[in-house]
Ligand binder design. Structure first.
Ligand code: UD1
Ligand code: CA
Length: 456
């Protein structure tokens, strides 16, 4: 069976942060995750990640999803792959893909096409290459009549070799049995005193095995990040890639300023995304919506024909024809049913809001279940926390909660209940009742005039 080894030992000193380089994020996901998903999509999901610098952070991120092996010292790419020999030796029948954990744009199509070339030519090793305008720093591909004859690193190259623009992407297919043998023959006899994985090419050829190259038309597969400027470039490339995909799918943008859409987001036909909108992982949006400006949704399902204006929502479900915003925060665990309206300056947390219910302004609804066609007046607060425990409020269908009502949880209002403005509700209210809690209003006539007289 085919396997994959992902090299993720690098530190990334120029990032100026104490985390392994492959964990730096592009569009909200670690570069390592981009590489893993390319492997998975290419059908090569049996993966071993070689960790080094702060390897425990790689393990913590992966959470046991994939095998890892530690490269205790950084002695080169060949040495890194050597650490994964135990992972390979169980089943040497297939081919092994080697990828860099910090080159996020390697894609499944390239991996699969390279494998076809690799197998058709019975190669021991097939290098994935691309042509760069500016090849500096990369290993140069030395071509021969039948394939390639060597990869020469920048620091080991002569004048003529430095002119070559076809470079090694750092991704390869190896026949697994050959890879194990070739790894045993690497030496560190070069300028950097490292065990180069690239030397497997010339060693294979010297043993009468075949080596080839698969040239990708897309030079972005090579791109990595050495510093934060590079990382920003990768983010910009990824951002445009994702927006392009949505444009092709019939999503509208009048301007993409400040629009960031992560890879896993799904958006329906005819939905329009306005500036400053950030759509994070796990978000699904239906058709005909207007999302933004200045909105954030993370792990939310949003129905059709929703207006989501200057709002933030996390881990929540919003139905069809819902109007949200401006200035709304929908916190985790909330469900907003069809036709509801959540208006200006409203916070909703861990609550369900029924069909066609209106919470039009200035309210806090936490840990509550609100029925359908309810009206929640301005200034209503569900008092869900007594300093120790959180409790729930239940508000029945067709109820009318007057402005500035405080509902002291746990509490249940029945169906068709009215609360008078300013009422603090401290016990359950049965169906069709009015709850009114109001001291007698006193009006002290002439008060201001008497006060002013005293002062003068
Ligand atoms: C390597 C290739 C070069 C290619 C380039 C593509 C070698 C000798 N050279 O260059 O031909 O053009 O990649 O980016 O392989 N790593 C470890 N442990 C190590 C060394 C590296 O895990 O001891 C990992 C890094 O974290 C990275 C990958 O291997 O993910 C490549 O390492 P890097 O140092 O960037 O490779 P280069 O020498 O620049
Ligand atoms: Ca590199």
């Amino acid at each position: 069976m085919n396997k994959a080894i992902i090299l993720a030992g690098g530190q990334g000193k120029r990032m100026k942060a104490e985390i392994p380089k492959p964990l730096f994020k592009v569009l909200g996901e670690p570069m390592l995750e981009w590489v893993i998903s390319a492997c998975e999509q290419a059908g090569t999901g049996d993966i071993c990640v070689v960790k080094g610098f702060k390897g425990e952070m790689i393990d913590e991120y992966l959470g046991g999803r994939y095998k890892t092996v530690l490269q205790a010292e950084r002695l080169g790419t060949g040495h890194a792959v050597q650490q994964a020999i135990p992972f390979l030796s169980g089943d040497e029948s297939g081919s092994t893909l080697v990828l860099c954990g910090d080159a996020p744009f390697i894609d499944a199509a390239t991996i699969k096409e390279a494998l076809i070339v690799h197998e058709q030519n019975s190669n021991a090793v097939t290098v994935i290459t691309a042509e760069l305008e500016e090849p500096k720093g990369y290993g140069r591909i030395i071509r021969s009549e039948t394939g390639i004859s060597a990869i020469v690193e920048q620091k080991d190259a002569d004048e003529e070799q430095l002119k070559i623009r076809e470079v090694n992407s750092g991704a390869y297919w190896f026949r697994t049995a050959d890879l194990i043998k070739l790894l045993g023959k690497l030496t560190n006899n070069n300028v950097q005193k490292e065990y180069y994985l690239t030397d497997t090419v010339s060693i294979a050829l010297s043993e009468g095995k075949r080596a080839g190259a698969y040239k990708s038309a897309n030079p972005q597969i090579i791109l990595g990040a050495n510093d934060r400027k590079d990382l920003l470039k990768l983010n910009n490339i990824a951002r445009e890639m994702v927006i392009d995909k949505h444009l092709e799918n019939g999503v509208g943008f009048v301007s993409t300023d400040g629009v960031i859409i992560e890879r896993s987001v799904e958006i329906g036909l005819g939905t329009e995304i306005l500036p400053g909108t950030i759509l994070r992982r796990g978000t699904k949006i239906g058709t005909g919506c207007v999302i933004g400006p200045y909105s954030v949704a993370e792990n939310c399902t949003i129905g059709n024909n929703v207006v989501f204006n200057t709002a933030q929502a996390q881990d929540s479900v919003i139905g069809n024809d819902v109007n949200v915003g401006p200035y709304v925060h929908i916190r985790p665990g909330s469900t907003i049913k069809d036709g509801a309206k959540i208006g200006d300056f409203v916070e909703i947390k861990n609550s369900s809001v029924g069909e066609k219910t209106a919470i039009a302004h200035l309210a806090y609804v936490g840990d509550s279940d609100i029925g359908k066609k309810v009206n929640i007046g301005a200034g209503t607060v569900t008092v869900n926390f007594d300093g120790i425990a959180k409790s729930r409020c239940v508000i029945g269908d067709y109820s009318f909660v007057g402005s500035n009502t405080s509902l002291i949880a746990p509490i249940k209002l029945g169906k068709g209940v009215y609360t008078a403005a300013g009422t603090t509700v401290t016990r359950d209210v049965p169906d069709y009742a009015l709850a009114i809690d109001r001291g007698e209003l006193k009006v002290n006539e002439g008060y201001t005039l008497r006060k002013m007289k005293k002062k003068s």
